[in-house]
Structure formats: C-alpha cells, structure tokens
Design a protein around this ligand. Structure first.
Ligand code: LLP
Length: 382
C-alpha cells in the first residue's frame, strides 16, 4: 500500500497536490490509519465513511465528500465536522446543501462534480463519466450551475471535480477528461468565479490478469505535462485513488473443502464465497488463484470452476482454472485488497472473514472474524 502511494507521491513531487484515498476500496480502520499517517486525505461517500476516517485518526479538513445521494443528516454532520470539500453531484443537492449550511450558520466549501462524457473503456457498472451515468452534473449545465452556486450565501465555491470510472487501463480517457475539465475551468473563471483546486478523481486500474495500466507516476507525468502546457501547472490538484492504492496489496486465503468432478465441469468448492469476494459475481471480474502448498507430484492437475458455498449459481470465484490440488489445500485469491472486504456481506448468514495486515515479517490481526453473536446483534424477536 505504501509502495503504491509512493508512486503517486513521486509523480507529484514538487507540486501542490493532495491525495485523498477513496476509502470505499478498503475501509478497514487500520488501512485508513496507515494512509492518514502517510499524510493522505480521504474521499468519502457516506456518513459512515466519515466516522471511520475520524475513528482512524484522519483529519476532517482533509476529507472530500462525493456521492449522488448525500442525506441532509450526512450534509449536516459533515459541515459540523468541518470537512474540506463537498463534491456536489446535482443542481438539487446545491440547493439543499445551501439550506443546511445556512441553518447552522456555516458556509459549505464545494466543488461541482462534472460529468465530462468521456468513455473510460471499462466495465459498464464501473463507468461513471458518461452521459447515461447517474454521476456528476452534465458538462453543458456546469457553467450555469457554478453561477447559481456562487450566488448562494451558504456555499463557497472552491474547486471542480470529475471521476470517469474505475479499473481504467488506458491513458487517453484521462487526457481527454482533463482537456474537458480545463476548458470548463477557463470558462468558469472568465465569469469571475475562481477555482482554487482541480480534482481529477481516481480510477487508475491494476493488473488482475495481464492488464497493463500505466503506473501512477508515468500517467501523472503525462497529465502534468498537459496541465503545464495549458498554464495550470501551479494550481492545487487533488486526486481520489482507491483500487490502485490497495488492490494488489491484499489476497484472500481460502481452503478447498471438496473436489466435485462432473460430466461437464469439475468444481473446486472452497470456503470463501461471493459474500467475501463479490467482484466475480458482480462484474465477471478475474482474480488469479494460486495454490499455497507444494503439491505431491502424484496429484493430477485438472480444470476446475472454483466456487463457494453460497446457494447461487453466480457464486463463483474463478472459471476454468487448471489446478493441482486436493481437499484441505489452501488457495490464495490475488488482487483482493480493493472492493472485496469493503463490499463483503453476511449473505447466507456467513461470518465475515478476519483481516490480517502484513508488514515484512510482522503479521497483525486488524479485524477479527465475525462471531455468531456479531451477526445476531441488533435484531429482535417479535
Ligand atoms: N472517486 C469517486 C467519486 C469514485 O466513485 C470512485 C470509485 C473513486 C474515486 C475510486 O476509484 P478507483 O481509484 O478505486 O478506481 N466496486 C467496483 C469499483 C467501484 C468504483 C466506484 N467508484 C469494483 O470492484 O471494480
């Protein structure tokens, strides 16, 4: 995680740039603590995420609050906490935030999240910057929305923001989105509304299956060259990376429960499932699976669908993997640091896994395995 962060820090050396870890990727307290201690701010999308950042020692003024559906209660809490910026995602939200701020005598610092209508060339469920997506304010409405925001007494315009998608493995969508954003900044500032910071969102992909995304420093060298060329090199910059900071720092260890050979398919049934690792079921995502023991040579290899115990045919972790394994073996599912634990659930009343943070030769428990009592807490019989 720290090495991944270092690639961004290297890319931004000497610049006025702020890294706000998009904590939805992995919101475990110890992970947040690590990034807070490394100087990061946080991109949050709920009041629950704000509470986690504060509990982990993060500073409120380094928090930016994104998301299309912030409730009045969340806006109120975040204003009281003194967060750094609200990334506003609709014209209606601007009016509500203004009212909430006025009701408690505060001025809300805002950025408008622009939907630049750029195709990030990723899975449709994780594209966010296209016209048909629910995110951000349409490019054509941006100027009028800034003018409205600047006229409201409860708001203080501080920036502009965009986020075009996730698991992006090409540079072009970023370069295109940056051009569209800078065009907007020029036209907004021409109307007398200064834009202190430009937030380019997150989205940089990682290697799951031979993917070749640019490294953070290489990508930012290109983006910064464009910023410089267009005269924005000294502007305060923000980014919101999630996956690229944690994705390849995590793996899920699971045990082979049963091998089930079949006429059409062989199944390898493991004790992790879609409730622990939802990405394959949700996005047909690929995660490399590696056996963790040296195999007796007598063991035949075979092609398996690696599946979990959940009662759904969509509960799979890997399709058609050649493995030399037997029941009782352990497997590592790689690239599980992002959007696995944070998206895990108790479906089928399965306990959430324990989480261990490894640093060199040190291993520390950072989340205990759910107990049955954890699962029953908060429920009442009639
Ligand atoms: N900023 C905003 C406003 C976002 O919506 C996101 C992710 C990020 C930053 C961080 O993007 P990243 O650097 O992680 O790509 N569950 C999906 C990914 C959903 C991403 C949603 N937004 C998955 O497992 O692939």
């Amino acid at each position: 995680m720290l090495a991944a962060l270092a690639a961004y820090q290297k890319g931004f050396a000497g610049r006025n740039a702020h890294i706000c870890y998009a904590m939805k990727a992995n919101s475990s307290l110890a992970v947040l603590q690590l990034f807070a201690q490394a100087g990061c701010g946080f991109d949050i999308v709920s009041g629950g995420e704000m509470a986690r950042v504060l509990a982990a020692g993060g500073e409120a003024h380094k928090i930016i609050f994104s998301g299309v559906g912030k409730t009045r209660a969340e806006l109120h809490e975040a204003l009281l906490a003194g967060i750094g910026c609200f990334n506003v995602e609709s014209e209606a939200e601007i009016e509500v935030l203004n009212m909430v701020a006025l009701s408690i005598g505060r001025k809300a610092p805002i950025s408008i999240r622009v939907n630049p209508n750029v195709d990030p060339k990723t899975h449709p469920y994780i594209s966010t910057g296209l016209k048909g997506n629910k995110f951000g304010i349409a490019h054509e409405r941006t100027l009028a929305t800034y003018q409205r925001a600047a006229s409201l007494p409860g708001l203080q315009v501080v920036g502009i923001d965009c986020h075009i998608g996730s698991q992006i493995t090409e540079e072009t969508p970023y370069l295109d989105a940056m051009d569209r954003m800078l065009d907007l900044v020029e036209s907004i500032e021409a109307t007398g509304i200064p834009i202190e910071h430009i937030d380019f969102g997150g989205g940089l992909g990682i290697n799951y299956n031979g993917d070749t995304p640019p490294t953070a420093d290489a990508l930012w060298a290109k983006l910064l060259a464009k910023l410089d060329a267009r005269g924005f090199g000294k502007r305060k910059l923000m980014i919101e990376p999630g996956r690229s900071l944690v994705g390849n720092a995590g793996l899920c260890v699971t045990e082979v429960l049963y091998l089930k050979p079949g006429e059409q398919k062989n199944f390898c049934i493991v004790d992790a499932a879609m409730n622990d690792l939802p990405r394959p079921a949700m996005y047909q995502a690929f995660h490399t699976i590696v056996p963790l023991q040296t195999t007796p040579t007598a063991l035949e290899s075979a092609v398996y669908d690696v599946v979990g115990p959940v009662c759904e045919s969509g509960d799979w972790i890997g399709h058609e993997r050649r493995l030399q394994i037997q029941a009782g073996d352990q497997l590592a599912v790689l690239s599980a640091g992002a959007y696995c634990m944070s998206m895990s659930s108790n479906y089928n009343s399965r306990p959430k896994a324990a989480e261990v943070l490894v640093d060199g030769s040190q291993a520390r428990l950072i989340r205990q395995r759910d107990s049955v009592a954890d699962q029953l807490r908060g429920e009442f019989l009639l």
